[in-house]
Design a protein around this ligand. Structure first.
Ligand code: NZQ
Ligand code: ZN
Length: 392
């Protein structure tokens, strides 16, 4: 096990009706004015936004609103938010939504505190010095942004999707009522389950040895998500299944399942190129490329893949042929994705990708072939191209 630092400062308020506590939680932050940040229509239509406003009013909290965040949140909306917050004297951001809204809120928070162009932080040209405090009312279990240190933003010009990862942006609190996720379309629910799984898989596929407890926590999480994702295919209003998946979204990406390991993250970086260029749902994009990544790299540690197959996907153990077990595990994972309506190729995402597009994405992903991606197996531009070709 490697040395590690685990930091999960977010206060989690979990369960039915917890959104009614938002006024009190914001008040604890001693702020003067709040930005209520939200996405398209879902939070308005369900009446959630009105309940949030009521709770803020009851607590005597002054606020201003900005909606319109889209999935794969855009830099232009972040600039709009920064301008509004400066004009209104906002000192706390309340994100009501999923990963896209929370990430947009984090970016606005960075923009309020750092002198540089906020995009410089995402291009790693500058280091963040701070971020406005942020809280979240989560409406989709997926990205884990409610407890992660990450924010992912897309710059329209050049179709660049980049992340900024810093503890400054960890939410002060996260309100998680599983009932708020009942209204999700099935595709979003399952895309969310895929992302949750992938956040642990990215950490699980590591070359670091002797991480028994971390492995076991990760395996339990993955089994739980697989089990409950299947239930949600038939029973979208099953509270217990929604609750398991929602809690898993936070645990999967608050670093607990990666303590002592080095993560991989190649599938995420490959998907971010797809998201930047084609605006696909993040989890679905991950499902489309994961099998191709796995078949490309599994020989780096066949036993790791065999362990995943046996412990997570119940593939029968075959000690004399671990490679077969490993490959059966990859196939079982893809079968699971199919079972929950997720794509296992780029074509199934509805994209007929060209060789030129593959080359451009591989180029961007590896910063013009100057860096490699992936911790499990380092991948250069050529490797990434081959994975895209296999996934097409
Ligand atoms: O905009 P509205 O109308 O709210 O619709 C949203 C959106 O269309 C809808 N939705 C959300 N809650 C709903 C609902 N519809 C009905 N009922 C509800 N209760 O779902 C759609 C997707 O929302 P989004 O916020 O985009 O989903 P998700 O949480 O999957 O976030 C995806 C974004 O997060 C990034 C992804 O790259 C992507 O940009 N990620 C962020 C990470 C982080 N900050 O730690 C890590 C992840 O790996 C990921 O990269
Ligand atoms: Zn993700």
């Amino acid at each position: 096990m490697r040395n590690f630092r685990f930091y999960a400062p977010t206060k989690v308020v979990f369960g039915k009706d917890t959104e009614s506590k938002v006024g009190g939680l914001v008040k604890e932050q001693n702020c003067k004015k709040v930005l209520v940040h939200y996405g398209g229509n879902s939070a308005k239509k369900s009446g959630l936004l009105d309940r949030i406003y009521d709770s803020l009013k009851e607590a005597g909290i002054d606020y201003v609103s900005l909606g319109g965040v889209v999935p794969n949140p855009r830099l232009s909306k972040v600039y709009e938010g920064i301008e509004l917050c400066k004009k209104e004297g906002v000192d706390f951001i309340l994100a009501v939504g999923g990963g896209s809204v929370i990430d947009s809120g984090k970016a606005i928070g960075y923009g309020m505190v750092n002198d540089c162009d906020v995009w410089d932080l995402y291009e790693r040209k500058a280091q963040p010095k701070g971020c406005l405090p942020i809280g979240a009312v989560l409406t989709i279990a997926a990205a884990g942004s409610e407890m992660s240190n990450s924010s992912v933003i897309t710059k329209e010009e050049g179709e660049l999707k980049r992340s900024c990862n810093n503890d400054f942006a960890r939410c002060k609190f996260a309100i998680m009522n599983p009932e708020l996720t009942y209204t999700l379309p099935q595709y979003q629910t399952q895309s969310g389950c895929t992302d949750i799984l992938m956040h642990t898989m990215e950490r699980y596929f590591t070359t670091v040895k002797n991480t028994e407890l971390t492995d076991s926590i990760g395996e339990a999480l993955m089994k739980t998500v697989i089990h409950n994702a299947k239930i949600l295919m038939k029973e979208p209003e099953n509270y217990d299944a929604r609750a398991e998946v929602m809690w898993a979204s936070s645990i999967s990406h608050n670093d607990l399942t990666g303590c002592g390991t080095i993560g991989d993250w190649a599938s995420h970086q490959i998907e971010h190129e797809l998201g930047g260029m084609f605006d696909v749902a993040h989890g679905a994009g991950l499902a489309a490329v994961w099998g191709s990544w796995a078949r490309y790299v599994y020989k780096t540690d066949v036993n790791r893949f065999a362990k995943f197959a046996v412990n997570v996907l119940n593939v029968p153990n075959n000690f004399s042929n671990p490679e077969r077990v490993a490959l059966e595990g990859i196939e079982a994972m893809e079968n699971f994705y199919r079972e929950i309506g997720m794509p296992t190729s780029i074509k199934e995402l509805g994209i007929n990708i060209t060789d030129e597009q593959i080359s451009e994405m591989a180029q961007k992903c590896t910063h013009d072939n100057t860096i490699t991606i992936g911790g499990f197996q380092k991948l250069n531009k050529e490797d990434v191209e081959k994975i895209f070709q296999a996934a097409r």
